[in-house]
Design a protein around this ligand. Sequence first.
Ligand SMILES: O=C(O)CCC(=O)C(=O)O
Length: 304
Amino acid sequence: MNKTAPRPTRSMDVLKVDLTRHGFAILEGALDPDTTAAIRERLLAQAAAEKARGRAISNSAVEPDDDVNQWVSFLPNKGEFFRALMNNPACLETVRFILGRDAILSEFSAHITWPGNKEMGLHIDQWWLPHPAMPGQDYARPSDARRTKQRTGAPVPADHPINPPVVCNVMWMVSDFTIENGATRLVPGSHLSGLHPDPKARYDHVHAEGPAGSFVVWEGRTWHAASLNTGNGPRLGITTYWCAPFCRQLLNFTYGLRPEVAAALTEQERALMGFKVWGTYGSTGDFDADWASPGAQNLGELKA
Ligand SMILES: O=C(O)CCC(=O)C(=O)O
């Protein structure tokens, strides 16, 4: 047991210190019990319905061979209760502390670890970001990045410049997170190594244990993974995963939102989902416009 590793806190100041020092932190009581219960009920109903229709999905990129765990993806399409999570003030303050004011939502999905699952390997989330290189040194071609074949080593602070975090993950505990049910495991301090974990090695890790209604947040460089569920009930986690506005989002919200959901979004939600132009990026043709506009509203071929 790592005695200095973050414990659940209700203080945003402690949360920020934990994040800076360890690369992750746990905020207790981020959601009130009624909202947590409503989200849990909706999530379990959706998960059961997706299973019943043969539409349950797993994620073989992070959990090869595991067809026990279930991902309920693209949650904004699956119930309005979920949107409370992306608007949560403590979540937004935390995300902006890590990534700055204009961070956007990258993914919004649930990861249900069911009893009898397989172990997810430790990884970092910004695996596609090339390592810094000295002037004149050859550099990794960014679009050739793959999850495997990464530079590995010990989770200790580097003695050379490393990348900053450009993503972070706020995972909501919709059920209690316990060691038995597969609470996320994390390697404290690994965010400062500039390296990836070796899939064949074992590292000292801690489990993000906390009561339902908490969130665990880790930044893009922190080694982490879901764990074995050796209990007899599901662990319900919802990931609101965020990125700098120059990154490609994991979920394509601007294209994939159901029309009735997109029409009901608030201005804040539209901005967080990437409908807002950032330094001309994400524009739909008018470089001075603040917002992207759908195809039907954009200029087409004009006759003279
Ligand atoms: O479900 C978890 O505890 C972790 C999920 C994870 O590692 C990921 O989505 O990258």
